[in-house]
Design a protein around this ligand. Structure first.
Ligand code: GRF
Length: 229
């Protein structure tokens, strides 16, 4: 039986789109999963339009100006009603309420556009992350997928994908390169989570290795075949 995933997104939703399409393509694979709900805190999130086009049910749960307990109980109620097994945060800019983290401990992932534990934490989102990476002089960045706990960007790391920072890069160029890597890494990490949940165990870090691309574009993360989607 296929596991049921909810995706949380506040923004344009390119990771949401990739997750939905990957899950739909792999529906006959063992330990398949599907996206049954999009949750957003913003009614202008681009992800909502993508959900409409792909016929994924969505709900806007506003956070700003509301009592945290209200947000928490509404979120839990929606997740229970949709019989959600796993949660995938994909550009969700709010801290997930503690009761929701507790209810989905070990079954909730986040993707962050830098190599945690560097360049994470409160206020480190979007362009701010890539500006900080460029300011630091780091030559490598890349997305991280981790389990969600009560703190921003601090849960156990499951997978990372190194992406080069090239001479002349601006924050937009770095963001594009990282976003492209995210679209490969997040579906693979979600598959690994689904497999672990279906087998009743904790998800383990995804093994991988770094190699140089044939075009010399820089280091690329290669998932071992047994971890590949
Ligand atoms: C991604 O870079 C992700 O790492 C971060 O938010 C961004 C969301 O991008 N958490 P998109 O909305 O999925 O395009």
């Amino acid at each position: 039986m296929s596991l049921r995933a909810a995706v949380f997104a506040s923004g344009r939703g390119s990771n949401f789109r990739v997750l939905v399409d990957h899950a739909a393509r792999s529906r006959d694979a063992p330990h398949s999963w599907r996206v049954v709900l999009l949750v957003s805190d913003r009614d202008d999130a681009g992800a909502l339009e993508l959900a409409r086009v792909r016929e994924v049910p969505s709900v806007v749960i506003p956070v700003k100006g509301r009592a945290p307990d209200d947000v928490s109980s509404e979120t839990l109620e929606r997740l229970r009603a949709a019989e959600v097994d796993v949660v995938l945060l994909a550009g969700y800019l709010k801290l997930v309420p503690p009761a929701v983290v507790e209810a989905f401990r070990g079954r909730m992932l986040n993707i962050h556009p830098a190599l945690l534990p560097s360049f994470g934490g409160k206020g480190m989102y979007g362009r701010h992350v890539h500006e900080a990476v460029l300011r630091s002089g780091a030559r490598v960045t890349g997305p991280t997928v981790h389990l969600v706990d009560e703190r921003y960007d601090r849960g156990p790391i499951l997978a990372q994908w190194p992406v080069p920072v090239l001479p002349g890069d601006d924050p937009e160029a770095v963001a594009r390169r990282v976003n492209e890597a995210e679209h490969h890494l997040y579906p693979a990490a979600a598959d690994a989570l689904a497999r672990a949940v279906a087998e009743g165990r904790d998800p383990e870090p995804i093994p991988g290795s770094v190699s140089v691309a044939p075009d010399g574009a820089g280091p690329h993360f290669v998932l071992r075949p047994d971890a590949a989607p």
